[in-house]
Design a protein around this ligand. Structure first.
Ligand SMILES: Nc1ncnc2c1ncn2[C@@H]1O[C@H](COP(=O)(O)OP(=O)(O)OP(=O)(O)O)[C@@H](O)[C@H]1O
Length: 334
């Protein structure tokens, strides 16, 4: 469904030297530098796949999504999406895709979302009966109800995002580019958006590429992740395999009876593993995966444990570890 080969986008930006004199000189002799926002990336996405496109701030995610949706022309490389070359912006291509940017809005501010829906019906030339059917489906999936009749400016951020998603999907695109669709939403609205994206993907077999800085989005939605840093892909594959490779350890989360005192100290717990946190009544230990059962047995025998769970390390740490490892590998050998 999506093929990307040797894709690059370089921006030419004027360098602004510090100081007034240098700034005046720069008015006459501008110097430029090249920002390699995307620096030769390859990947493909199949029909119905959900892929997380991840990386730190400035890694090149938005630039890539803009090239995939035809808003930016690549400096080099080839892209096809649903059999089309995005930069040509052919009508059949525009009907096959959608781009939702959590930071931007397409709903008309002073009018109710229903009016933007109607506008999109005309823009995408959606037959009236199919339009009504899709609006009814999206209204049910997103629980829009009376929201679509209120002026957009009166909607809360979460309500507006739900309407944005509906407006972006009225033409039933087969490819969804979602750039931080949950940004700024509270946890329950984030969950609503996630469930909706999954339901749409399953109902229509649509391919989804999603960027997000919220690890819960990635965990819940993306069996596969493509990770980019400094414009280059540093990982493409299964999320769980990545987590296991970067952080094979486990976390044991304990609740401890404190009795009359403070309960076991960090020092007492250090005998069992690396202490991640320790407070009166609770603690978290990090241990090698193969030692978990032995450590749990020793803890239960020696400590006043009232509750115990074994968890994977947080995804944030998995990605930090990946970025550190990739930057170390990129450093010139000393
Ligand atoms: N129009 C532009 N002109 C010059 N440089 C740009 C332009 N747009 C983006 N950049 C630069 O390209 C790099 C990649 O930016 P991009 O927005 O693609 O990153 P991102 O991974 O989406 O980041 P974030 O997570 O912060 O949204 C950054 O260094 C950014 O400053």
């Amino acid at each position: 469904m999506i093929q990307v080969r040797a894709l690059a986008k370089h921006y030419r930006v004027a360098r602004r030297p510090p100081g007034l004199a240098a700034a005046v000189r720069a008015l006459f002799h501008r110097t430029y530098e090249t920002v390699r926002a995307v620096d030769g990336i390859d990947f493909s996405v199949g029909e119905g796949e959900r892929v997380g496109f991840l990386g730190p701030n400035g890694a090149g995610k938005t630039t890539t999504l803009k090239m995939l949706s035809g808003l930016l022309h690549p400096t080099a490389g080839d892209v096809t999406v649903a059999g089309h070359v995005p930069r040509r912006r052919e009508p059949a291509f525009l009907k096959a895709i959608t781009l939702v940017m959590g930071q931007k809005q397409q709903l008309i501010w002073d009018l109710p979302p229903a009016e933007t829906f109607e506008l999109n019906r005309a823009v995408y030339d959606i037959p009236r009966d199919r339009f009504q059917e899709t609006v009814a489906e999206l209204t049910e999936l997103l629980e829009l109800g009376p929201l679509v009749q209120k002026p957009t400016r009166q909607l809360s951020l979460g309500e507006r995002m739900k309407c944005e998603l509906a407006a972006a999907l009225l033409h039933r695109p087969r490819v969804l580019f979602l750039d931080e669709p949950t940004i700024g939403l509270d946890v329950s609205m984030q969950a609503t958006v996630r469930q909706f994206v999954k339901a749409y993907n399953e109902r229509y077999g649509a391919s989804v590429i999603l960027t997000s800085h919220y690890m819960e989005d990635v965990l819940q939605l993306c069996p596969r992740v493509v990770v980019i840093d400094h414009g280059r892909i540093i990982y493409d594959g299964d999320l769980r395999a990545l987590a296991h490779r970067m952080r094979p350890d486990k976390r044991i989360v304990l609740r401890l009876a404190t009795g009359n005192g403070a309960g076991p100290s960090g020092g007492d717990l250090a005998r069992f593993g690396q202490v991640v946190s320790a407070e009166p009544g609770s603690a978290t230990l990090q241990v090698a995966a193969e030692e978990v059962s032995a450590v749990v047995a020793r803890l239960l025998a020696a400590m006043p444990v009232t509750d115990l769970t074994v968890e994977d390390p947080p995804l944030e740490e998995v990605f930090s570890e990946l970025f550190r490892a990739s930057r170390r590998a990129a450093e010139p050998a000393k």
